[in-house]
Design a protein around this ligand. Structure first.
Ligand code: MG
Length: 340
C-alpha cells in the first residue's frame, strides 16, 4: 500500500469514528423523547386494556413524606374499579409489610392489605423461600433493622444478627499498643449474609459478615437494595443501603444478589402467583436508576412519574446517558385517571 493510500485510510477511519460519536451523542439527546407523555394519543386506554397488574413505588409517587400526592387516591380507585391488581413496592428495608400497612391506612387508603405491600425485606423472604438454605441448621446473618427480622421470622427462615448484634464490639482496641485483639467467634452454619439499611452499622458487623462470606462454605451475599441515598429528612440526602452493602463488597470483593429493585425477585413472584405475562405488568416510579431500571430489566412497561425525585429537566438532560428510558411519563399519577 502506498503512503497516500495509507493516509487516506486513516483519515476515512477517523471521519467514520467522529460521525458515529456525533450520531450516538445526538441519539442520547433525543432518547427521552422516545418516552411517550401519557394523555396524548389515547395511550391511557391502550395501557389500561393491556395491563393487569400495576406496581407503584411509594415515596414520590403515592406519597411525599406524610402527605398523599394529589389525585393518587382517585387513580388507585379507578384502577381497582377496572379490576386491576394494584401493588406497592419500596426498596426501604427498615420496615416490614405490617409497618407499611399502618402508613397506608393512616393516609386514608384503608383498602390496602398486607399482600399488596412489597417491601425489600419481604423480597428477601421470598428469595430464601425460592432458594432455601441447604439444611435446617443453616442460617442467615442479617445486617439490618427490624423489618428484615420480622419478614424472615414470618417466613420461618433461620437467622441471626439484626438489631441484636448492634451492641457487640471487637474485644481490644485496634491500633493501641499492648491491647490484645480477640478473634470473632463466628457461626459456621451461616450460609447467607443478608444486608439492608442499618443505622447501627458497626465494624463488628462488617467483620462478622466478612468472615462468614470468606470462610463459610457456599455462603451467599444478598442485598435488599443498593440505593445510594435515602430520604430521612426533607432537606438533606442520607447515605443509603448502598453504603452498607459497599462496605461488605469492599472486604469480600463479592457482588451481591439484589432482591429489591432493580432485581427480578418480585416480578418472578407476581408472574408465578397470577400466571401473568410480564409484559402485562406496569411499573410506576419516580427514580430512573431503580424503579424504571427495575421495569426495563424485567420486561415490564414503565411509567416515570415526575412528582418525586426526578425533575422534568433531569429527565430531559439525559441522566444515566439516556440509557434508562421509560415507556411513558406523567406529571403525577393523577394523570392516569384523567380522561378515562
Ligand atoms: Mg420513590
Amino acid at each position: 500500500m502506498s503512503q497516500g493510500h495509507f493516509l487516506f485510510g486513516i483519515v476515512t477511519l477517523l471521519a467514520a469514528k467522529l460521525l458515529s460519536w456525533r450520531r450516538s451523542s445526538v441519539n442520547r439527546k433525543i432518547r427521552h423523547l422516545e418516552s411517550v407523555k401519557l394523555s396524548v394519543l389515547n395511550t391511557e386506554e391502550l395501557l389500561l386494556s393491556t395491563t393487569s397488574i400495576f406496581i407503584f413505588d411509594c415515596d414520590g409517587v403515592i406519597w411525599k413524606g406524610n402527605n398523599l400526592i394529589d389525585g393518587a387516591a382517585s387513580t388507585l380507585s379507578m384502577l381497582r374499579d377496572q379490576g386491576k391488581q394494584v401493588y406497592f413496592m419500596t426498596n426501604n428495608s427498615i420496615n416490614s409489610r405490617r409497618d407499611y400497612l399502618k402508613k397506608f391506612h393512616k393516609l386514608g387508603l384503608s383498602w390496602v392489605t398486607e399482600d399488596q405491600v412489597l417491601c425489600s425485606a419481604f423480597a428477601a423472604a421470598i428469595y430464601f423461600q425460592k432458594y432455601p438454605l441447604s439444611s435446617p441448621q443453616k442460617k442467615v446473618f442479617v445486617i439490618g433493622q427490624t423489618g428484615i427480622i420480622d419478614e424472615l421470622q414470618l417466613a420461618r427462615i433461620a437467622h441471626i444478627g439484626g438489631p441484636s448484634f448492634s451492641d457487640k464490639r471487637i474485644v481490644g482496641e485496634i491500633g493501641v499498643e499492648g491491647s490484645k485483639i480477640e478473634n470473632i467467634d463466628h457461626d459456621q452454619d451461616v450460609e447467607a449474609v443478608l444486608v439492608g439499611f442499618d443505622s447501627a452499622i458497626t465494624y463488628y458487623k462488617i467483620q462478622y459478615a466478612q468472615i462468614c462470606l470468606n470462610s463459610n462454605n457456599n455462603c451467599r451475599f444478598i442485598a435488599t437494595n443498593t440505593d445510594a441515598v435515602k430520604h430521612i429528612t426533607s432537606d438533606q440526602e442520607w447515605a443509603g443501603s448502598g453504603a452498607i452493602v459497599g462496605a461488605i463488597r469492599g472486604c469480600t470483593l463479592q457482588e451481591p444478589i439484589v432482591v429489591g429493585k432493580p432485581g427480578p425477585v418480585i416480578v418472578d413472584y407476581l408472574c408465578e402467583k397470577y400466571k401473568v405475562d410480564r409484559k402485562n405488568i406496569c411499573m410506576i416510579g419516580d427514580r430512573l436508576d431503580t424503579d424504571i431500571l427495575f421495569g426495563i430489566n424485567n420486561g415490564l412497561r414503565t411509567i416515570l412519574s415526575l412528582s418525586g425525585c426526578t425533575t422534568y429537566s433531569q429527565f430531559c438532560n439525559n441522566n444515566f446517558n439516556g440509557d434508562i428510558v421509560p415507556t411513558f411519563h406523567v406529571d403525577s399519577i393523577a394523570d392516569l385517571a384523567k380522561n378515562i
